[in-house]
Design a protein around this ligand. Sequence first.
Ligand SMILES: [Zn+2]
Length: 287
Amino acid sequence: MLRQVAEGVLVHESEFCQSNAVVVHGRAGVLLIDPGVQDHEMACLANDLSDSGQAVVAGFSTHPDWDHLLWHPRLGAAPRYGTARCAAAVRDQLSDPNAKADITDHLLETGIAERVPLDLYGLITALPAETAQIPWDGPHVRIIEHQAHAPGHAALFIEERGVLVAGDMLSDVLVPMLDLNGTADPIEDYLAALRLLEGVAGDVDVVVPGHGSVGGADQVHERIERDRAYVLALREGRVLGVPGVPGVLGDPRVGPSARPGWEWVSDVHDGQAQRLARRGERDGTPG
Ligand SMILES: [Zn+2]
């Protein structure tokens, strides 16, 4: 079911990890950002769109993680854009003939593996590097690219509607997940990305994270601050584990205060804290 979050901007939520697909109304059809995860959910979205007489005229994937690269045949054959870095990362993934089988394997423990259609996976058209907005006939959608969660990750700012589509940043359920592969300073990258988002935050009325709840204007700064506090805590090597203390590092997303069903986020936190600690030992700098 599509839910309107601002004029001409609607969200379709997946059961899987509370993933949010975003629909933006344009003049001749809609822009679809991160379409969703499960086959029946994307079919439902396609139905909702055709019932309201809307065709998809452009797609966009915020970053090259599997859950943001899916597509359903009924959504049609519009170009599906990503940043140049995102598209390059996807090409690289797909150069491994086992890439799709690996995704299915990875999904076995979630119980949804057979409901994730991979036929149209990752067919991303690269936008030229430094492209400032999505090329389509609709409200301006500014591309705010940054290195933080994944290569070529982009948040999208629909200024006329006051909507920030954050990709996998600014979630109320997921802690910042840093890209620890192949970047020299993942902590500083993440902080820089948060500063970029902060640069538009004053004009944001609605923030839509890739996973989690849609937030209002009052949430934007709060989420940026919470993510920054988390990343700074990681840098200082403060790690998980004070039993009985609500939240860890004062962050409600990890430890005993994690939302039911999201306990695994604490394991993600533990894992990246440990990897960062090992990096620090190797190069002698904290984090
Ligand atoms: Zn995601």
